[in-house]
Structure formats: C-alpha cells, structure tokens
Design a protein around this ligand. Structure first.
Ligand code: GLV
Ligand code: MN
Ligand code: MN
Ligand code: MN
Length: 412
C-alpha cells in the first residue's frame, strides 16, 4: 500500500549537516573541491546511504555519480534530479549539496511511502561543477550532454598540482561498488534544485524561484608580458611593466562595463605576478576575467571590449598581451513544460513563487541541451554564496525539497 509521500524534514536537515562536515572549514563553510579526497568522501557517504536504501549506484567515465530508484517500466528513460557535491575552496555548505541531498531525500520519501513511479528516478551528483580546481566548471554535465570531451580535459593540472586523469581514476576507484557506465544516457527530463546565490528571493520574501533561463558566461585569461627588472634602479621610461598594464586594464574595465549595463557582470577573481617578488618589476602578470550577460550578442561584444582594453593597456606599458578563452557558456532557456510543473507544485503546496533568470551557471544549463530541464531556487541569506558564510533557513530547505518531491510525483 502506498500513501502520500512526505519530505522527512529532520532527515534532510541532518543530511545537509552530515555532508557539511566533509571538508568543513573553521569558518563554517566547506572546501570540497572536485575530485579531491573530501569530494571522494562525500560521494562515498552518498553511495553508502543509497545502497543501504536498496537503490542502485553507478558512475560514468567522468565520475558523475548516479543513484537509481527503479520505476514500473524499466524501458522508459529515467527522470533525473540532483546537482553537485564539489565546492569552491572557501565555499558554503549549500551550493550544490542542497540540490543533491534534497534529490536523495525525494528518493527516500518515495520509498518510505511505498510509491511506485512509472519511470525510474535517478539522483545525480555531477563532477566538477565549480571549476575552481580544474577549469572549466560543469565538466561532468558537459560530458553528459556531449558538449565536451573527457580526453580534452585529462591533461589539465589542478590548481594544487595533480593531473585530472589521475584524480579521476582515483575517484572512480574509490567507489568500487558503483558499476561503470559510458557517459551520457537517455533521460526524460532534469530538475535541479539550488540556492539562488543572489539576493532577489530574500528581498522579495518569495520562498521559491522558478528558473526560466541561465545567463551566458565567458572566462578569459589575460597575460601581460614585459621585462623583469630591478624595482629600485629602473626608471619609468625603461620599464616594460606588465603590472602597470594589468592595473590599467582592470581599472578601466571595472569602471566601464558594469556601470554601463545593469545586466552585465565582470569579475577579475585571480591575479598572479611572476616572479612575484617585492622588489622585482614582474616579467609577466596573468589574470582571469569572468564576464556574463543574458544576451549572447552583448556577451560577445563584452568579450571584444575586454580584448581592446587589454591591447590598449599593453601598448601604453610597452608589454605584449595575449587573451585566451577558457570557458564559453552560451545563455540557455529552460523548458516551459518543466517550469510549468514547478509552478503547479508551488500552487499545490501553497508556496509563493516567481520566475527568474539565473546569474550563476549550473549543470542544468548543459543538460538542458539534451532533455527538458528547469531549476528550482531557494533563497539564501543576503544573497551570499561562494562564501563560507552562505546560509539557508531550515524552512526554505524543506520547502524546496517539498516542491522537488511534488514535481517528481508529476513527472516520474
Ligand atoms: C558557478 O559556480 C558559477 O560561477 O556560476
Ligand atoms: Mn552550485
Ligand atoms: Mn558554486
Ligand atoms: Mn555553480
């Protein structure tokens, strides 16, 4: 006999706390970067819990981890729900984990209530969504959607050294109970729950965001090359100072791009100087630029603008400049069928919702290319994310999971 499935709130909250302990930082966040020891430990815990509940566990070539709860008809493609378990180096405990653990709670709630869905429901934890240790982000979902190829990424070195191929092999080997399957299998749809990572839902006091689209992102790497020289003896006219060029370029981009367009985003998040000595004019300076816009044409124009400013700054400081593209994620529009199902679920549960565009990229952006997809957002305090202070109230976590469960009942 089956009964109405219900999210087990205490179990969900305990699960979020259990996973927050894996890679926990003293400031209350997590450092569980892709394919590292902590990431492996989180996968292991999820797999163990899945096996204990009688679900099947498998992983694909890029270590995307799947947990499958069978449905009535094994010939139907499964409904996919989930997110990621990796984090930023100083990440919060909810980014990715909340979506993955809420999805797992949905499977448990279905089993507790003895529900048989028509199709199987699979929970996924995609590999390397963040891209902080190995760039680009969303590698797992890109590979799953056939957008990228593992072979291109295997030689990449982590920010802390090891090559991706080696860390991937170790990660796969750490879960011997998970059968290995080729990357990319048919699914009926994908629903990803995530924290908003921005301030809108909290500001408007709306508990659920129905995500209709994701803005586009480009990651560029800029290298200014000059001549390393003595800080004390080299007069201005003899300097080929790449730090001068970098500072000028960054200052001019910061003052022009975002003030001119409220939808534009530009971030310089990493900068290094070589040789990096206090009394040496650097020989080279490298920095990253993250630019975003919901409109692909405007994003392309922003890319051109960055290149022009860098060339101008290089010329001013007599330095060479190279700008290379590291990531190019086109904006994506989600399926109205799935956003409609999320809105129906909110109505059924008496939860206010609003449609919104995601400023962050997500695995759903790529899965959207191969199956009807949409996202559920829940508010996070002050919109703070990619930060150890990231915080979501228990009530919002539980509401999000309830919406996901309701959507799964409708689509499963
Ligand atoms: C994903 O983490 C992003 O930077 O949007
Ligand atoms: Mn995330
Ligand atoms: Mn993130
Ligand atoms: Mn993200």
């Amino acid at each position: 006999m089956s009964r109405k499935p219900e999210v087990n709130a205490a179990r969900l909250l305990a699960s979020v706390a259990d996973f927050a302990a894996i890679g926990a930082t003293p400031a209350g966040g997590v450092n569980r970067q892709a394919l590292g020891i902590e990431d492996r430990a989180a996968r292991r815990l999820l797999a163990e819990r899945a096996l204990a509940r009688g679900f099947t566990v498998f992983q694909d070539d890029i270590a995307n981890l799947f947990i499958r709860r069978e449905g009535r008809d094994a010939s139907l493609p499964p409904l996919l729900i989930g997110s990621h378990l990796d984090s930023q180096p100083t990440g919060g405990r909810f980014d990715g984990a909340l979506g993955t653990l809420s999805a797992f709670e949905v499977l448990e709630a279905l089993s507790d209530a003895g529900i048989e869905t028509d199709r199987a429901v699979e929970v996924v934890a995609f590999t390397n969504e963040e891209g902080s240790r190995y760039s680009p982000g969303c590698m797992g979902s890109m590979a799953f959607a056939g957008v990228g190829t593992l072979a291109d990424w295997e030689p990449i070195h982590a920010t802390d050294g090891p090559q991706l191929a080696d860390e991937l092999a170790a990660t796969l080997a750490a879960l011997p109970e998970a059968a290995l399957r080729p990357t990319g299998h048919a699914i009926s749809a994908f629903v990803e729950l995530h924290i908003e990572q921005g301030p809108i839902l909290e500001q408007e006091d709306v508990p659920i965001g129905v995500v209709t689209a994701v803005q586009g992102t480009k990651w560029l790497e800029v290298v200014f090359s000059g001549v390393a020289a003595h800080a004390g003896t080299t007069p201005l006219e003899f300097r080929k100072d790449p730090m001068g060029a970098a500072a000028a370029a960054i200052a001019s981009l910061q003052s022009a791009v975002m003030p001119a367009d409220p939808e534009a985003r530009l971030t310089v998040g990493r900068i290094t100087a070589e040789p990096g000595s206090i009394n040496v004019i650097p020989g080279s300076v490298t920095f990253t630029v993250d630019i975003r816009h919901p409109d692909a044409a405007i994003l392309a124009a922003m890319d051109q603008h960055v290149r022009k400013e860098c060339e101008a700054a290089g010329a001013r400081w007599d330095c060479d400049v190279s700008v290379s593209q590291r990531v190019n994620m086109a904006p994506g529009r989600f399926s109205p069928t799935i956003t409609g199902a999320i809105e129906e679920a909110c109505k059924a549960l008496g939860l206010k919702s609003r449609q919104m565009v995601s400023g962050a990229f997500h695995d759903a952006l790529f899965v959207n290319r191969i199956a009807p997809t949409a996202m559920i957002f829940v508010p996070c305090r002050h919109g703070i994310s990619h930060n150890e202070a990231e915080f979501v109230t228990d009530t919002h976590m539980i509401s999000g999971a309830r919406v996901l469960l309701n959507v799964v009942e409708a689509l499963g």
